[in-house]
Design a protein around this ligand. Structure first.
Ligand code: URA
Length: 210
């Protein structure tokens, strides 16, 4: 299994992330960068996928060539910002199955409440990659992983763009078996649960809402 936290320090990832953080980056550019960065992160999060070989013929000769072993991936987007990571990943892994988890925060209890849950069948047989750009308090991420485990998932990874130390600690406590892949471990959360230095509200920035 991968280590609990992997920070992808590749220069292309770090450069694109800096452009995304800048407050004057437009919605269109932010979205394009997110698409590109999601593919670079997908490369990292899938690097242990099981392989097999298939006999093929090149124009020169026969060979046993490496291919992905049969097990299909499930990509699970935590709504709504997860969808920004999903699009780029699906370009790279077009046969992946896709699911969605919708959670909102109850303002009285501050606990995440589920409003949507639709995931592929046979989760127990799939590698499940949960995507959400921001691992902030970790409450909704931990709740989403709880729901996926209840639905049968056993092999889960969590992919995000930015993580806070608080969110990583929360996930480690709730789900030590779920490796996290991120482009940056930022400094801390502010009093409203936003990541600092962060990039603001990822959903607003990618969808142009305020
Ligand atoms: N969600 C966001 O979109 N941004 C943060 O900084 C924290 C949570």
């Amino acid at each position: 299994m991968q280590q609990h936290l992997t920070i992808v320090k590749h220069p292309l990832v770090q450069h694109k992330l800096t452009l995304m953080r800048e407050k004057d980056t437009s919605t269109a550019v932010f979205r394009q960068l997110l698409r590109e960065i999601s593919q670079l992160l997908a490369y990292e999060v899938t690097h242990e996928l099981p392989m097999t070989t298939r006999e093929i013929e090149t124009p020169m000769q026969e060979m046993d060539a490496p291919v992905l072993a049969g097990r299909k991936l499930a990509l699970i987007s935590i709504l709504r910002a997860g969808n920004g990571l999903l699009d780029g990943m699906l370009e790279l892994i077009p046969s992946a199955r896709v699911g969605f988890v919708g959670l909102y925060r109850d303002e009285a209890t501050l606990k995440p409440v589920q409003y949507y849950f639709k995931v592929p069948d046979q989760l127990a047989k799939r590698l499940v990659i949960v995507v959400d750009p921001m691992l902030a308090t970790g409450n909704s991420s931990a709740a989403a992983v709880d729901l996926l485990k209840q639905a049968g998932a056993t092999d889960i990874r969590f992919l995000c763009l930015l993580a806070s130390p608080e969110g990583v600690a929360r996930m480690k406590e709730a789900h030590p078996d779920v490796p996290i892949v991120t482009a940056s471990l930022d400094d801390r959360l502010d009093e409203k649960g936003y990541i600092l230095p962060g990039l603001g509200d990822a959903g607003d920035r990618m969808f142009g809402t305020k």
